[in-house]
Design a protein around this ligand. Structure first.
Ligand code: HEC
Length: 120
């Protein structure tokens, strides 16, 4: 019985949390406000790269000897990028080094790669 009450409480708390997220990010009309329809390299992927990665992974002596400036470079680095952005917080290999990307940006990158990383 005690366990049942505890389980109910956990469910209740999670339900509230879910409601809050919907309130905070209503723009996408569901999906937690994360735009994952018609993903585009220009509109979704490049802005993530330029604001979160290219300061270190630029054209001239990039960090880790990995430039993420062009579509071809980002596409070719798929396995490495997927590995690094999905590492847990606190993992020294997590990218970007400042901390995990917002879950929406991780989802957009993953879906775009799943679609074959189109140059659109
Ligand atoms: C503040 C600087 C900085 C930022 C910002 C940054 N990185 Fe890095 N990155 C590094 C450094 C330094 C290394 C080399 C050390 C290591 O491998 O962890 C590296 C290594 C990597 C590697 C491994 C390269 C290889 O060939 O093994 C990948 C992949 C990577 N970064 C992806 C990203 C992505 C994607 C972003 C943006 C979401 C990002 N990084 C943002 C500094 C940065």
């Amino acid at each position: 019985m005690r366990y049942f009450l505890f389980a109910s409480l956990v469910l209740l708390v999670q339900a509230c949390y879910y409601d809050n997220e919907q309130d905070l990010y209503p723009a996408g009309g569901g999906n937690g406000g994360c735009d994952t329809l018609n993903l585009s390299y220009q509109t979704h992927i490049l802005p993530i790269m330029s604001s979160k990665c290219q300061s270190c992974h630029g054209s001239v002596s990039p960090s880790g000897n990995l430039s993420l400036m062009t579509h071809a470079q980002i596409k070719e680095a798929e396995l490495k990028v997927r590995d690094r952005i999905n590492r847990p917080s606190g993992d020294p290999l997590l990218m970007p080094t400042s901390g995990k990307l917002p879950s929406c940006q991780i989802r957009q990158l993953e879906l775009w790669y799943n679609q074959g990383a189109p140059n659109n």
